[in-house]
Design a protein around this ligand. Sequence first.
Ligand SMILES: Nc1ncnc2c1ncn2[C@@H]1O[C@H](COP(=O)(O)OP(=O)(O)O)[C@@H](O)[C@H]1O
Ligand SMILES: [Mg+2]
Length: 298
Amino acid sequence: MPFAIAIATCAELPDLDEDERQLLDALAALGAKGVPACWDDPSIDWSTFEAVILRATWDYSRRIQEFIAWTRRVASVSVLLNPADIVEWNTDKRYLTDLAAAGVPIVPTVFIEVPHSSSDPVTWEPPAGFAEFVVKPVVSAGSRDTMRYSPATSGDAPDLHVRRLLAAGEAVMVQPYLEAVDTIGETALVFIGGEFSHAVCKGQMLRLDTEGEKVAGLYVVEEITPRAASPAERAVADAALAAIPGGFDRVLYARVDVIPDASGAPVVLELELTEPSLFFQHDHTAAPRLAAAILARL
Ligand SMILES: Nc1ncnc2c1ncn2[C@@H]1O[C@H](COP(=O)(O)OP(=O)(O)O)[C@@H](O)[C@H]1O
Ligand SMILES: [Mg+2]
């Protein structure tokens, strides 16, 4: 029997996406069988897989407790990659505080916690000194509920947005809108099996006061182009990876998204250790390297 490796996906993408299908081919080339498996399908016996690889589970952000409980269950009967405790840490963007404490440059972020009681006052201010800012939930994916606002023109929409998320029990984060994303873009640095793999550029995604349209209700479309990561971007990414609880060698894959700040220095927008798109189409050696890295861990 070949090794059976579950490639965890969501109900909207039962056959995975183009990238993850490359992973199935790469596993097959090494004599292993990749099996697309919806994370919330109750009929699946996860113990029948040698490993379960999180890849396209993009609908978890509104069901985070259920998702975390599922990762723990899977990890108790199979090898879950990335590990469940890292997923729990990484699905809540309050991890940015840990990165900052470790000296990693991050997008300046203010967190607004859910009040204990609905009568508790909620006060917050847009970041001072910036033309625009972003409001998003601390647990999100695919730009869900992520909006770009201007204090000059957005009226009470940002405050209503913050209060709507808090009322739904979601803590909120507010960041300056880093304008370099409009010109230089966001650099996504992909790491596989402990090594830097490749980088891509993501074009800007947020239009002022307008929520982006989602594909299959899952994610705002990203405009991806090839990019060589600069030495400064590589250094910031390495610093972020060094802050992973328990060490970088515990993760199979990682992606670090950086944007230049007002001074041009790259800062971390996101350290993605849960289900990052790895942009295999921009480096056709990447899926085979991931397949080999999976098998090396078994
Ligand atoms: N502070 C920011 N400045 C500029 N663009 C931002 C900012 N925050 C988010 N964005 C845009 O929104 C997208 C989604 O936000 P992100 O923080 O990456 O969350 P997620 O990808 O988990 O939904 C980013 O790729 C970027 O285009
Ligand atoms: Mg992102």
